[in-house]
Design a protein around this ligand. Structure first.
Ligand code: MCN
Ligand code: CUM
Length: 786
C-alpha cells in the first residue's frame, strides 16, 4: 500500500488517519479509561442454566460484605418498573431475570461495590435457588409440539414463534419453478457467530441528584437512539440525559442494542448516588451480547439446462434467541434478507422467513451484516455453485451469464429493491484477470491428476446500505435520517458535528476530507465532533454501513450550504454579483479575472466582520442540515479465493484472495482498503473457524477466545485488491458504503473455494465452519450438516 507524499490532500485521497496520532500513543479514551471521583464498580451474577425457574434469591451475605454498596435483583427492578426493557424490535428483554432465566449467562443480579474485585467476590455470596426447565437449544425444535415455552412472560404465549415474513411473488415463483428444466435444492446453514471486537461492552453512569442530569458513557454505536430509549423508559426529557460514546474499540454491530449492563450502571448510580462503572469480561461478552446469523436456510434455484437462472425460492428458520433483540428497520423483521436474488437477472423470487425463540442470547443483527445481507449473499452464492455443480458448468461462466448488465440500472429486483448503479461483468472480469482465472483452472486440472486438491471460489455480491429513506425505515419509530452541523470559525478553521460515530472506521479523517473536498479547507483544520448527544445533532448512528451514504451526504450538503453563503460574502467583498463568481477549491474568483478572488479563509473572517451583507443575508459561516436519503446505495464486488486442501487432514490453506470492490467514489482509498482487509479476515474466520456452539442443555461450548477463534495474519494471505468506480447517482458525492462489504462477500468465496477443491469427492455442500475435521468428514462422504 502506498501513501501519497503529501499526507493531507485537500479533499479525497489517501491520507493517514488523524485519530491514529492518539491511538498509536496509547492516548485513546475508551469507556474503561473513564475514572470519575467516587466511582463504584458493578458486576453481574449470571445464570448457569439456559432455562430455569428462579425459586429464590438470597443476597444477605453479599450485602454484608465490606465494600459492597448495593445488590440489585430482578425484584428491586420490578419495584422500579425497570425489570423489563424494550428491545429495538418491539419485543421486551429482561434487564435482570425475575420469573426465570432464559439463556445461559443471563443477568440475574448486579452488585455495586467499592471496586471490581469486591463486586466479583460478592457475587459468590449470592444464593440462588433454581429449578431447571427443559431447554430449546435447537431452532428446529422450537416449534415442535410440546416444546417448552420460553416466553411465558408474554400474555397468552403458548409457543416459541416470533414472526412469519415473506417477500416476493409466491405464485409467480412457483409457476417458474413448475416449468423449470433444472431445479437444485440445498440446505444451507449460516451458523451462529459473534462479532467479538477487541473492546467488550461497558458503561459508566453518573446521575447528578441536584441537577437531575444523567450522563452515560457507553460503548454504543447509536448514542442518540439510546438516549431516546432511556428518555422513554425513565420518563426524563432528552436534555436531562447525555449519552457519550467515547473511543470505541470496535463495534461490528454488537454495540447497537441496549444491554442490561448499561441500564444497571444507571440504576446503580441512582441508588448509590455515585458514578458506577460496568465493564464486562470476554466470557460475558461472548455469551451475553448480540450474536450474529443463526439462519437455517433451504434454498431452491430454477434454471434452464444451459444455465440461465430463472428463479429462487427460500425458506428460512431464524433463531433469534430468548428475546427478539435484533436492531433493524421496523418493517423488516428479517432485515434486508430479501435482497437474496443477489446480483442476477431473475424472473421471480420468493422468501419466507420464520423467527423463533430459543434458549440462547438475543441479538441476530451484528458482525458487519448490513442487516442480514451476509446471509442473503451467502445463500445465493452457494446456490449458484450448487447449480454449477449439477450443470457441470464453470461457476465463473455461470455467473457471467446471469449477472445484471450495466444497461439494466437502475434495476428493480423481484423483491422490490432498486439497485442504483453498477457494472457487474466488468468487476468480475477484473477479478478473473487479476487472479489469472483460466490459467488457474489449468493448474487445478493438472494438480487433480497428481492427487493434489486446490480450489477456486467465486462470490459476487450486491449490498444495499445507507438506511434509509425515512418513509420506509425507522427503528422504534425513529426515522432513519441524520443531521450534520458545520461551523467555520473566523480564522477559517471548522468544526463538523455528526450523529454517526466511528468505532474504528476513521470518521475523524474521512468526514473532514468531505468538507475539505467541498470547501478547500485542509482536513487538519477540520475537527469532527461525534459520539456525544450534548454536542451533536440527532441521528440514528453507525451501522448498516450507513455513515457515508447518510451522514457523508449530509456533510457534503452542509458544506455546500456554507459555500453558498461564502459566495454571497465573497460577492460583497469583491463588489460583484454572486453570479459573476466562479469557485475553485478553496476560493471564489471573478469570472474571467482569476486574480480577483477571495480564499475561504478570507471569506470566513469577512463573514464575521463589519462587512455589510445584502439585505436578509445572515452573517457568520455556519449551516445545518438533515439528510433523508432517497434510496439506499448499492455497493458490489467480485471476490475470488484460491485454496489448497489436504484431504487427508482436512487442512485448508488460503493461498490467494482477490477482492474487487466498487463503493462508488472513494473518499480515502487507504481507509477503504483497510475496511476491506478487515472484512476479508472476518470472512476467513467465519468460513473456516468460527462457531457459537451449544450442547443440548443450552450450555455454551467454548466461550473464550481459545475456542471461539479469531483469524490472525497467519490464516490470511496477502490480500490482492482491485477496484471499479460506479458512482451512486443519488448521493451528493457519488459514494456508497463499504464498511461491511468484505464481511458480506467473502465467506461464500472461501467456502466455494474449499468445496471446489474437494469436488472430486462428490461433495456439493458442507456447512461452515469448514474446520479440518468438517472438511475431512466431507471428503469421507459424510459432511456435517446441521
Ligand atoms: N469510505 C470511503 N469511501 C467510500 C465509502 C466509505 O472513504 N466510498 C470510508 C468512510 O468514510 C468511513 C469508512 O470508509 O471512514 C467506512 O464507511 P461506511 O461504509 O460508511 O461505514 P460506517 O462508517 O457506517 O461504518 C459501519 C460499518 C459497520 S456497520 C460495521 S458492522 C463495521 C464496519 O463499518 N464495524 C467496524 N467496519 C468497521 N471497522 C472497524 N475498524 N471497526 C468496526 O467496529
Ligand atoms: Cu449488521 S453489523 Mo454493522 O450494521 O453495525
Amino acid at each position: 500500500m502506498t501513501v501519497t507524499e503529501n499526507p493531507t490532500p485537500m479533499g479525497f485521497g489517501r491520507m493517514h488517519r488523524k485519530e491514529d496520532a492518539r491511538f498509536v500513543r496509547g492516548k485513546g479514551n475508551y469507556v474503561d479509561d473513564i475514572q470519575l471521583p467516587g466511582m463504584l464498580h458493578g458486576s453481574f451474577l449470571r445464570s448457569p442454566y439456559a432455562h430455569a425457574k428462579i425459586v429464590s434469591i438470597d443476597t444477605s451475605a453479599a450485602e454484608a460484605l465490606p465494600g459492597v454498596k448495593a445488590v440489585i435483583t430482578g425484584a428491586t427492578l420490578e419495584s422500579l418498573k425497570l425489570a423489563w426493557m424494550p428491545t429495538l424490535s418491539y419485543d421486551t428483554q429482561a434487564v435482570l431475570a425475575t420469573d426465570k432465566v432464559r439463556f445461559q449467562n443471563q443477568e440475574v443480579a448486579f452488585v455495586v461495590a467499592e471496586n471490581h474485585y469486591i463486586a466479583r467476590d460478592a457475587l459468590e455470596l449470592i444464593e440462588v435457588d433454581y429449578e431447571p426447565l427443559p431447554v430449546v437449544a435447537d431452532a428446529k425444535q422450537a416449534l415442535a409440539p410440546g416444546a417448552p415455552v420460553i416466553r411465558d412472560d408474554k400474555e397468552g404465549k403458548t409457543d416459541n414463534h416470533i414472526f412469519d415474513w415473506t417477500a416476493g411473488d409466491k405464485e409467480k415463483t412457483d409457476a417458474v419453478f413448475a416449468g423449470a428444466e433444472v431445479v437444485v435444492a440445498e440446505d444451507v446453514l449460516y451458523p451462529r457467530v459473534h462479532p467479538s471486537p477487541l473492546e467488550t461492552c461497558g458503561a459508566v453512569a453518573d446521575f447528578d441528584k441536584v441537577s437531575g442530569k444523567l450522563t452515560i458513557y457507553s460503548t454504543t454505536q447509536a448514542p442518540h437512539a439510546h438516549r431516546t430509549v432511556y428518555a422513554l423508559v425513565a420518563g426524563l426529557p432528552e436534555h436531562k440525559i447525555r449519552v457519550v460514546s467515547p473511543d470505541i474499540g470496535g463495534g461490528f454491530g454488537g454495540k447497537v442494542g441496549i444491554y442490561p449492563g448499561y441500564v444497571l450502571a444507571i440504576v446503580g448510580s441512582i441508588v448509590t448516588g455515585k458514578p458506577v462503572k460496568w465493564m464486562e469480561d470476554r466470557n460475558e461478552h461472548l455469551t451475553a451480547t448480540a450474536f450474529a446469523r443463526d439462519y437455517h436456510m433451504h434454498g431452491e434455484i430454477a434454471a434452464t439446462k444451459d444455465g440461465k437462472i430463472k428463479a429462487l425460492r427460500v425458506k428460512v428458520l431464524a433463531d433469534h434467541g430468548a428475546f427478539n433483540g435484533t436492531a433493524q428497520p421496523t418493517k423488516f423483521p428479517a432485515g434486508f434478507f430479501h435482497i437474496f436474488t443477489g446480483s442476477y437477472d431473475l424472473e421471480a423470487a420468493f422468501c419466507d422467513v420464520t423467527g423463533v425463540y430459543t434458549n440462547k442470547a438475543p441479538g441476530g443483527v451484528a458482525y458487519a451484516c448490513s442487516f442480514r445481507i451476509t446471509e442473503a449473499v451467502y445463500l445465493v452464492e452457494r446456490m449458484i455453485d450448487a447449480l454449477a455443480f449439477e450443470l457441470k458448468m464453470d461457476p465463473a461462466e455461470l455467473r457471467m451469464k446471469n449477472l445484471l448488465r450495466p444497461e439494466q440500472f437502475p434495476y428493480t429486483t423481484p423483491t422490490g429493491w432498486e439497485y442504483d448503479s453498477g457494472d457487474y461483468p466488468k468487476a468480475l472480469r477484473l477479478a478473473m484477470d487479476m487472479v489469472g482465472y483460466e490459467k488457474l483452472r489449468q493448474e487445478q486440472a493438472e494438480k487433480r491428476e497428481r492427487g493434489e486438491y486446490m480450489g477456486i471460489g467465486i462470490s459476487f455480491f450486491t449490498e444495499g446500505v445507507g438506511a434509509g429513506p425515512r418513509k420506509h425505515m425507522d427503528i422504534l419509530g425513529l426515522g432513519m435520517a441524520d443531521g450534520a452541523e458545520l461551523r467555520v470559525h473566523p480564522t477559517g478553521k471548522a468544526v463538523l458535528r455528526l450523529s454517526v460515530q466511528t468505532q474504528g472506521q476513521g470518521h475523524e479523517t474521512t468526514f473532514a476530507q468531505i468538507v475539505a473536498e467541498e470547501l478547500g479547507i485542509s482536513p487538519d483544520d477540520i475537527e469532527v465532533v461525534h459520539g456525544d448527544t450534548d454536542q451533536t445533532p440527532f441521528g440514528l448512528g453507525t451501522y448498516g454501513s450507513r455513515s457515508t451514504p447518510v451522514s457523508g451526504a449530509a456533510t457534503a450538503i452542509v458544506a455546500r450550504k456554507v459555500r453558498d453563503r461564502a459566495r454571497i460574502v465573497a460577492s460583497a467583498m469583491l463588489e460583484v454579483s454572486p453570479d459573476d463568481l466562479d469557485w475553485e477549491k478553496g476560493r471564489f474568483f471573478v469570472k474571467g479575472d482569476p486574480d480577483q478572488g477571495k480564499t475561504i479563509q478570507e471569506i470566513a473572517m469577512a463573514a464575521h466582520s463589519s462587512l455589510e451583507l445584502p439585505e436578509g443575508v445572515e452573517g457568520h459561516l455556519d449551516a445545518t442540515t438533515v439528510y433523508n436519503p432517497p434510496n439506499l446505495t448499492y455497493p458490489f464486488g467480485a471476490y475470488i479465493c484460491v485454496v489448497d486442501v489436504d484431504p487427508a487432514t482436512g487442512q485448508v490453506k488460503v493461498r490467494r484472495f482477490i477482492a474487487v470492490d466498487d463503493c462508488g467514489v472513494r473518499i480515502n482509498p487507504m481507509i477503504v482498503e483497510g475496511q476491506v482487509h478487515g472484512g476479508l479476515a472476518d470472512g476467513i474466520g467465519m468460513a473456516l473457524m468460527q462457531l457459537m456452539a451449544f450442547d443440548e442443555d443450552g450450555n455454551h461450548l467454548g466461550a473464550s477466545l481459545m475456542d471461539y477463534l479469531l483469524p490472525t495474519a497467519l490464516e490470511c494471505p496477502s490480500w490482492e485488491l482491485g477496484e471499479t468506480v460506479t458512482p451512486s447517482p443519488h448521493h451528493p458525492i457519488g459514494a456508497k458504503g463499504v464498511g461491511e462489504s468484505a464481511t458480506v462477500g467473502s465467506p461464500a468465496a472461501v467456502v466455494n473455494a474449499v468445496l471446489d477443491a474437494i469436488k472430486p469427492f462428490g461433495v456439493r455442500h458442507a456447512d461452515m465452519p469448514l474446520t479440518p475435521s468438517n472438511v475431512w468428514r466431507a471428503v469421507q462422504g459424510n459432511p456435517i450438516r446441521t
